[in-house]
Design a protein around this ligand. Structure first.
Ligand code: ATP
Length: 459
C-alpha cells in the first residue's frame, strides 16, 4: 500500500471514530475497562459482544483497543481499555445493555477486578472538552493516575459513568473515550494508529490448550509481513500471537494494513472461531515513551533517555545484562537492563563500551530502565596499544621493560614505541530492538520506523 493510501485509510477511520458531530443522529461514546482477571475474561471480548448487540440500536464504529501505561501494577496483562461509538437515538436502551453486558461478563468475584464505564455524548463535546479528554487519555498512557483523577475529570466534563466496587476501571474507560481526540496533543507518537484482528474461542474451550496450527501461522506471517507484525518469533521459532491465559482470545493479528491482517487470518488454521473483531489501537506505536533527561526519571514511567555509557555491561545471575548511562554533564546516571527474555538483544548490549553515546528506550522500575530498544548514536573510538612486529622476521617483539621500547630476541632489532591501532568494534550504529516475544504491546517494532532511520530489526 502506498503511504498516501495508508494516510487516507487512517483519516477515513479516524473520521469514522469522531464522526457525526453534525449528523442527523446523536453519537454515544462508551469506554470500558477492568473487567478481567488472571482467571478469565478480556475487556476486548466484552467490546466484541457489544459491537454485535448494540447494532440493533444504530451503527456501531470500529472499536478502540487502547494500551495504557504498561508499568501499572494493577494490570492483568497488557493494560488495555476499550471504547466504542454508537450512532443512536436510543441512548437509554444502549446504556442499559452496556451495563448488563459488563455485569454479566466481568470477573466481578475476582479481587482487583473493578470495572468502570464512561458515557460521552459526542454531540455535546466541544473542542475544549475534547481537549480535556485527550489530555487525560495521554496522561493514562504515560503517567500514573488515581481513581480520584478520573472522577475529577468526569465531574468537570461532566460525564455519565458507572463503577463497580471502587471503580479503578474508570481510569482506563475515560482514557479510551479520549483516544479519537488525541490529535489535540502535539506528540507524534500519540497520533500513530495500528490495527488488531482478534479471534475469540467458543466458551466451552476457555481454559483448555489452544488448537492452532503453527505452520499455518508461520505461512501467514511469511505472506503478510511487514504489513502484519509480531505474529511469530523467528529466533525462538514460536507463535506469539496467541495468549496462554484462560481468557476468550484465541489469537490476534496485528498490523498496519487491514487487508493484510485479514489475509493472514484467512491462512491460519485453528479450532473453530466463535467470532472475530477488528480493533483500531495504539499498539506498536511507542506512545508510552517520554523524552526526558536522566535526572528527571521516575519509577513507573517509560522514557527515551540519551546518555553516555558510564559503566561497561556485565552479565549477572540469570543471564541479565546490566550497564549504566550518564547525562552528558555526568550529574545523573541510571542502570539499564536487558533481561534474559530479551535473548539475542543482549548480544548487542554486551558489546557496548564506556564512552559510547546511546539513547535507551524503556520503562523504569526500581530505578532501573528495562530496555525495549536502544539507539547507538556514536560508538567511541578506542585505541589499542600492540607490540610491534620485527622488520626482519615478522615475529611480535617483546617489551624491553618500562620505557625501554621493544626488541626482537632473535634478530636483535629494536622499536622505541608500541603500535597504536583503532579497536574494531563488532557493532554498528543505529537502532536495535528486543525480539517480538519480549516486546510490550505498545512498543513500536523497528519495521514500522521510516526507511530513513538506521534500524536493525530483530529479524
Ligand atoms: P487486559 O489487557 O486483559 O484487558 P489489563 O492488563 O488491561 O487486562 P485491567 O484489568 O484493565 O488490566 O487493569 C488495569 C487497571 O489499571 C484498570 O483499572 C485501569 O483503569 C488502571 N489503569 C490504567 N492506566 C492507568 C494509569 N495510567 N494509572 C493508574 N491506573 C491505570
Amino acid at each position: 500500500m502506498s503511504p498516501l493510501a495508508k494516510v487516507r485509510q487512517r483519516q477515513e477511520l479516524h473520521r469514522e471514530l469522531c464522526r457525526d458531530c453534525n449528523g442527523d443522529k446523536p453519537v454515544l461514546l462508551i469506554g470500558i475497562d477492568d473487567t478481567d482477571s488472571k482467571y478469565g475474561m478480556c475487556t476486548t471480548y466484552i467490546a466484541a459482544l457489544l459491537v454485535r448487540a448494540l447494532s440493533k440500536y444504530g451503527e456501531v464504529s470500529l472499536p478502540v483497543l487502547m494500551r495504557l501505561n504498561p508499568t501499572i501494577p494493577y494490570k492483568t496483562r497488557g493494560n488495555g481499555a476499550v471504547a466504542l461509538f454508537v450512532a443512536t437515538e436510543k441512548e437509554g436502551e444502549v446504556k442499559e445493555l452496556v451495563l448488563q453486558t459488563v455485569a454479566e461478563n466481568a470477573e466481578l468475584k475476582a479481587e482487583g477486578t473493578e470495572p468502570g464505564i464512561v458515557f460521552v455524548r459526542r454531540h455535546e463535546l466541544k473542542s475544549d472538552r475534547e481537549r480535556r479528554l485527550a489530555y487525560f487519555s495521554a496522561a493514562a498512557v504515560r503517567h500514573v493516575l488515581s481513581i480520584e483523577d478520573a472522577k475529577k475529570t468526569i465531574a468537570k466534563l461532566p460525564l455519565e459513568h458507572s463503577a463497580f466496587k471502587r471503580g479503578r476501571g474508570l481510569i482506563g474507560a475515560l482514557a479510551a473515550v479520549g483516544f479519537p481526540f488525541l490529535h489535540h496533543c502535539s506528540d507524534e507518537r500519540l497520533l500513530d494508529k495500528t490495527y488488531e484482528l482478534i479471534a475469540y474461542r467458543h466458551e466451552e474451550r476457555w481454559g483448555t490448550p489452544r488448537d492452532i496450527d503453527a505452520a499455518s501461522v508461520f505461512l501467514a506471517d511469511r505472506l503478510t509481513y511487514p504489513l502484519t507484525w509480531d505474529t511469530v518469533d523467528h529466533s525462538l521459532r514460536r507463535v506469539i500471537c496467541a495468549p496462554h491465559s484462560p481468557c476468550p482470545v484465541l489469537f490476534g493479528i496485528r498490523g498496519d494494513d487491514v487487508a493484510a491482517i485479514h489475509r493472514a487470518y484467512e491462512i491460519i488454521r485453528s479450532e473453530p472461531v466463535k467470532m472475530t473483531q477488528l480493533f483500531i489501537t495504539n499498539q506498536g506505536t511507542d506512545a508510552h515513551l517520554i523524552d526526558a533527561r536522566i535526572c528527571d526519571v521516575k519509577d513507573y514511567h517509560s522514557y527515551i533517555l540519551k546518555g553516555i555509557v558510564s559503566r561497561e555491561p556485565v552479565v549477572i545471575r540469570g543471564g541479565h545484562v546490566i550497564f549504566s548511562i550518564s547525562d552528558p554533564d555526568g550529574t545523573a546516571s541510571i542502570d539499564c537492563a536487558a533481561y534474559e527474555p530479551t535473548k539475542g538483544f543482549r548480544n548487542i548490549i554486551r558489546r557496548l563500551r564506556v564512552g559510547d553515546i546511546v539513547a535507551a528506550y524503556g520503562s523504569v522500575k526500581n530505578s532501573t530502565l528495562n530496555l525495549e530498544k536502544i539507539e547507538i548514536i556514536k560508538l567511541k573510538e578506542h585505541v589499542i596499544k600492540k607490540n610491534p612486529k620485527c622488520s626482519i622476521c615478522g615475529r611480535t617483539m617483546e617489551s624491553g621493560g618500562k620505557n625501554k621500547g621493544y626488541r626482537c630476541v632473535t634478530c636483535k632489532t629494536h622499536a622505541p614505541s608500541p603500535v597504536l591501532i583503532m579497536e574494531r568494534r563488532d557493532l554498528e550504529e543505529g537502532l536495535y530492538e528486543v525480539p517480538p516475544s519480549a516486546r510490550r504491546h505498545i512498543s513500536k517494532p523497528l519495521i514500522r520506523f521510516p526507511p530513513e532511520v538506521r534500524a536493525h530489526p530483530s529479524r
